[in-house]
Ligand binder design. Structure first.
Ligand code: PLP
Length: 462
């Protein structure tokens, strides 16, 4: 059994409570044909078996995390209403819940009177933040590190904003000397600092970026889509801790509740410290806004129709697991990081592997030991394939040599990147499963080494 279903028993009671809110209405129950729905539904279940087992601790691959049962239930429950958070007409309760949930996220970053909303994900959230940059400084350039999410470059193309990539150091952090050079050329409107890069979970040096901001006057936007919630964790390394301590000084921030926030997909969040940027969202829609003098979320977001269910699920999750230091939610993030550190230590102290930077959050990147990049990549491909056959699911990442050169001294770069193995340990259960994960990985690695040895022997005999 790997799929949690006990919590489904809680749904009928909640539906009854919801139903009784509509008691005065004449009876009306839409007709359904159970037999035909059952047939299709079971067909769906069969189709959905074609997936990696994201829910299981043996899935330690990509950035995928199951939603909390309360998020799943609250989302489902709200679908009997199917609220639209574009305007209060389409979802009064869920709009109020969105405002409360977003205010709690803002408070986590130390912001009180700010402006923010939910949206479909990190891409849309970043688009809105970069669009505000353009509204404030129409001809200004935007810069982000080479390890920033590729979406920034593409969003800038969509918005017609000039964009430049800043090189990174061997810890995948934006190089301050390079940033300064670019700033000296002038006309930088916004520096995007990534708080938790997608590939390695690295943090750009925010304290230094903020120092430069005093001198050069640019906006600081934080792409914390992945790493934002780690502000609550108490087991960060001192360098990371210092970075999280100054997040509050940025101008805007993006965090994805559908990454570490235990939400179903379709839940990103953008927040602006200065609520006055709201004026740029102004429009004069003749359709939607005549029922209330209160703010409609559609007046402060670019997307129009949006799932109110996302807000309901997020609100429920934050109600159950308040986002406070030392709380259960924070503890579970700390356990993800603990699992990553344990995994990294095991790999790091084993002569069969090569490692670079220790994880700053909960993402581990490593390689099989080899003498050159092409050989390492081939071995890593083999381990990836064999692991999947043994039901242990890893991910791969092509990473450029600048991330490893300082760490791997006697290594030949016959190509300028290496295909690494990568594990995003975003399920807190990974910690309890680490021994069993390690035992399985260890066997697979020995097999891969034996196979490559055999191939090598055959080649040298031929
Ligand atoms: C995931 C991610 C994005 C993109 O967000 P989506 O929710 O996938 O649209 C942007 N930036 C970073 C750092 C991310 O990790």
């Amino acid at each position: 059994m790997t799929l949690e279903t006990k919590t489904l028993d809680l749904l009928p009671e909640a539906i009854q409570i919801l139903e009784s809110g509509f008691n005065g209405l004449p009876d009306f129950e839409p007709k359904v044909n159970l037999d035909s729905i059952r047939k299709v539904l079971n067909e769906v279940a069969l189709r959905m078996r074609d997936n990696y087992p994201y829910q299981h601790p043996f899935y330690i691959g990509q950035m995928l995390k199951p939603p909390h049962p309360v998020a799943r239930l609250a989302y489902m429950l709200s679908l009997w209403i199917n609220p639209n958070n574009h305007a209060l007409d389409g979802g009064r309760a869920s709009s109020a819940m969105e405002k409360e949930a977003v205010a709690q996220i803002a408070r986590m970053f130390g912001w009180g009177n700010s402006l923010g909303h939910l949206c479909s994900g990190g891409t849309m959230a970043n688009l809105e933040a970069l669009w505000i940059s353009k509204c404030l400084r129409p001809n200004g350039k935007i810069v982000a590190s080479e390890q920033a999410h590729y979406t920034h470059n593409r969003i800038c193309a969509v918005l017609g904003i000039p964009f430049e990539s800043i090189p990174v150091d061997s810890n995948a952090r934006m190089k301050m000397s390079e940033l300064r050079k670019t700033l000296d050329k002038g006309n930088i409107a916004t520096v995007v600092a990534t708080i938790g890069t997608t590939a390695t979970g690295s943090l750009d040096p925010l304290p230094e970026i903020l120092e430069l901001q005093k001198e050069y006057r640019f906006r600081v936007h934080l792409d914390a889509a992945y790493g934002g919630y780690f502000i609550l964790a108490d087991n960060l390394a001192p360098w990371a801790k210092a970075t999280y301590e100054v997040l509050t000084e940025a101008d805007s921030i993006v965090v994805d509740p559908h990454k570490h926030g235990l939400q179903p997909y379709g839940c990103g969040c953008v927040i602006f410290k200065d609520p006055s940027v709201g004026v740029f969202y102004k429009h004069d829609s003749p359709y939607t806004y005549f029922t209330s003098s209160e703010i409609h979320l559609g007046e402060i977001s670019l997307e129009c129709s949006r799932p109110g269910s996302s807000a309901v699920a997020l609100w429920a999750t934050q109600r159950l697991l308040p986002m406070v230091r030392g709380g259960d939610f924070a503890r579970s993030l700390e356990n993800c990081r603990r699992a990553a550190l344990k995994f990294f230590d095991l790999i790091n102290s084993d002569p069969r592997f090569l490692t670079g930077q220790a994880p700053e959050l909960d993402i581990v990147v490593w390689s099989m030991k080899a003498t050159k990049a092409s050989e390492a990549s081939k071995l890593n491909d083999a381990v990836f394939e064999n692991a999947a056959k043994a039901n242990l699911h890893l991910a791969k990442a092509n990473l450029r040599k600048n991330l490893f050169e300082e760490y791997w001294k006697d290594f030949t770069w016959d190509q300028d990147y290496v295909t690494c193995l990568r594990s995003v340990l975003m399920k807190p259960e990974s910690l309890d499963w680490m021994e069993s994960i390690w035992a399985t990985l260890s066997t697979i690695v020995d097999e891969a080494l034996r196979d490559s040895q055999l191939k090598g022997d055959m080649k040298s005999n031929a």
